[in-house]
Design a protein around this ligand. Structure first.
Ligand SMILES: [Mn+2]
Length: 233
């Protein structure tokens, strides 16, 4: 099946958080007219700040993305908070490639979705102390989480997300983004990333969708004829 659009976020290439094997598989089997990256695909921030390792597999992903562009797939690259260094190319467009901070996606049936990474729309936005704590915490627990899952098949991140505080944090973020989408007026929904928690929720006025990530959940949002679906790989 050829999708009208596929949305993916938070791959974090350039760090060992990235599930590169699954991401490469995902790109290999991708059949879509449009591919929308919803932020934090290349983790420029962690490479520079924490000297995380750029692996051969990450270069493979880079080649695959470029060959998708070359083959004519419309590729939209929305920048995330780990890609600040690339912001100087905001609104750069060449043929079927566009780099931007946010993007309006229109379905064939005429509905309109605001696509944005999401860090700038929530109380936990970049720079606030809450996000600082969260990001630091995430960076610290991720290696530990990978080690635990390797040895004991236990997912620490999944566990933490399911604690009362984890759930509260996620619900707060989802609410903030829905409010932001309503404030922007004229949208049927919002498609975001950032929180690494794949979800599709119908609210009164708008639909909330988060792509998830290619770290733990390995998920994406696919769309055909105005119908959106969450996919796990
Ligand atoms: Mn992010």
């Amino acid at each position: 099946m050829t999708y009208d659009a596929v949305f993916v976020s938070d791959v974090h290439l350039g760090t060992n958080r990235c599930n590169t094997k699954k991401f490469l598989d995902f790109l290999d089997n991708l059949d879509t007219k449009k591919l929308v990256f919803v932020g934090d695909i290349f983790d420029v921030y962690c490479i520079e700040k924490y000297h995380t390792k750029w692996e051969k597999e990450h270069t493979k992903a880079l080649h695959k993305i470029f060959s998708l562009v070359k083959s004519g797939v419309e590729v939209v690259y929305i920048l995330g908070n780990h890609e600040g260094e690339l912001r100087r190319y905001t609104d750069f467009k060449h043929k079927n490639f566009l780099m931007c901070n946010e993007y309006t996606y229109k379905t064939k049936s005429g509905t309109k979705y605001l696509c944005i990474h999401g860090d700038s729309c929530s109380e936990f936005s970049s720079g606030s102390w809450k996000q600082l704590c969260f990001n630091k915490g995430y960076e610290i627990i991720t290696p530990l989480s990978m080690w635990l899952s390797k040895l004991f098949k236990f997912s620490l991140v999944y566990f933490l997300k399911n604690t009362i505080n984890g759930k509260k944090y996620i619900a707060q973020y989802e609410n903030d983004l829905v409010k932001y989408c309503v404030r922007r007026k004229g949208y049927d929904g919002i498609i975001c990333g950032h929180i690494h928690h794949a979800n599709k929720l119908d609210f009164d006025k708008v639909t909330y969708m988060c792509c998830g990530d290619f770290v733990d959940t390995c998920s994406a949002i696919v769309e055909k004829n105005g119908k959106f679906e969450l996919m796990y790989y």
